[in-house]
Design a protein around this ligand. Structure first.
Ligand code: ATP
Ligand code: MG
Length: 418
């Protein structure tokens, strides 16, 4: 790595600061630009040195790490915070993310974990900066690694929910089929629930040696030429990249790896749909960062609504535009005392799409391993998914189609997706 990552260490315990300074001293691509003993000093040094990464202790006597991180957003906006805590609780993680931290390390951590976190955060930020460059040159001319240079990248749809079991996999699978069969798009579905992925079950797919796990060694070696060998073609007309067969492998999937995968797949397809895990970690964040649209699912349950409110705050902190996050209410008619209007009032936003509850079609299809969009195309639940597909993919296509016709261009693959 040619760049040097400039790091500021913040911890009130002198031994911890020394230890971290020594550890990072062994890394040729990192430089410790300063160390601070308090939140106030951290802000002062960050303003002065503008470090790439700030390693921030969460518990400090004068100003805690969360408050310091919040202030850092204005004092040193180019610095990314990695929060360190002895507590790994979800509440700490969430509060850190809300404050603007990009990573969360639970003490004690190994030097490998520390170095990997710093490099990931740095790479992610650099990637984001380059994507936010004012003149985003179309990638058609620069694409390498076997990607078709004349093909505009496809759109990336992340199906996410801040709470599990609300129907992400159901939506991801059936949406993929709807976009492929009814909108005629080249679709690839990625099971991003790396630990306990269910996409293979819903599609009745279980081939050996074909999952993201086999792809990892190839990614280590550099940019993959194509992912064709690892992707399965399903009879429903979609291509699928499955999650690893065992949960342990999930830990090996880094944000850098998933970013490379999505980037390659979007050059090979019109639409990349990712069924994400229901929790925040660096890989989920990498996917959400890359997504053009995040289909954020919720149900009419108080816990789902509460988590959604928190997620929307985090999304705001992460700088996602409002239009990037689309709210999808699943099982919309099982209103056990909560109305859609109540939900909207509670989260302060309109629900964009609703999907009806249809246990019969959904569970029957699940148990047979056939997407209900194929077996029960006329059911309301399928129609709801088609409406959503048209809203997120179809409309853009129509705009692009219209522009294309106007220009009498024959290069259909150069659609302006974004
Ligand atoms: N619209 C619907 N109508 C009826 N049942 C549904 C609907 N959507 C999902 N379900 C059911 O809800 C359950 C959870 O769905 P699914 O597995 O898609 O959720 P998930 O968010 O992917 O869960 P996990 O967190 O386990 O990954 C399943 O039993 C599914 O059949
Ligand atoms: Mg799932």
């Amino acid at each position: 790595m040619a760049d040097t990552i400039r790091v500021l260490i913040v911890d009130d315990i002198p031994e911890t600061r020394d230890h971290l300074t020594k550890l990072l001293g062994f890394e040729s691509d990192m430089e410790v630009v300063g160390s601070a003993a308090s939140g106030a000093e951290a802000i002062e040094l960050a303003t002065k040195f503008s470090p790439d990464v700030v390693l921030m202790d969460i518990n400090m006597p004068d100003m805690d790490g969360i408050t310091a991180t919040e202030r850092m957003a204005t004092a040193a906006p180019m610095s990314s915070v990695v929060m360190m805590s002895v507590q790994g609780e979800a509440d700490y993680l969430r509060r850190s993310m809300l404050a603007g931290a990009r990573e969360f390390l639970v003490k004690p951590f190994s030097s490998d974990e520390l170095n990997a976190s710093i490099r990931q955060v740095y790479a992610r930020e650099r990637d984001k900066q380059s994507r936010m460059a004012p003149v985003a040159a179309p990638q058609q001319t620069s694409a390498g690694g076997g990607q078709n240079p004349y093909r505009a990248p496809g759109i990336v749809l992340a199906v996410f929910s801040p709470k599990g079991g609300v129907g992400r996999t159901t939506l991801a699978v059936n949406l993929a089929v709807a976009v492929a069969t009814d909108l005629g798009k080249k679709v690839v579905l990625v099971d991003g629930s790396f630990q306990f992925g269910d996409v293979g079950v819903l599609l009745n797919l279980n081939p050996k040696n074909k999952s993201i796990a086999e792809l990892l060694p190839e990614l280590e070696a550099g940019e993959p030429e194509s992912l064709e060998t690892f992707v399965i073609t399903h009879s429903a007309g979609i291509r699928v990249l499955l999650a690893p067969p065992t949960p342990e492998t999930a830990e090996l999937i880094t944000p850098v790896a998933i970013r490379k995968i999505i980037e390659t797949l979007r050059h090979e397809s019109d639409v990349v749909i990712i069924d994400c895990g229901a929790y925040f970690n660096d890989t989920t964040l990498a996917i959400l960062d890359m997504a053009d649209t995040i289909l954020t699912m919720l149900s009419l349950e108080i816990t789902s609504i509460k988590n959604m409110r928190l997620f929307l705050e985090v999304a705001d902190q992460l700088g996602y535009e409002k239009g990037k996050v689309r709210l999808v209410l699943n099982r919309a008619d099982t209103a056990l005392g909560i109305r859609v209007q109540d939900v909207e009032q509670s989260i302060g936003r309109k629900v964009n799409d609703t999907i009806v509850s249809d246990g019969r079609s959904v569970v029957y299809a699940l148990n047979r391993g056939v997407p209900f969009y194929l077996s029960n195309r006329d059911a309301q639940v399928s129609q709801d998914i088609l409406r959503l597909a048209k809203a997120v993919v179809g409309e853009r296509t129509q705009v692009a189609d219209a522009e294309d016709t106007a220009k009498s261009s024959t290069k259909k693959s150069l659609f302006a997706w974004r």
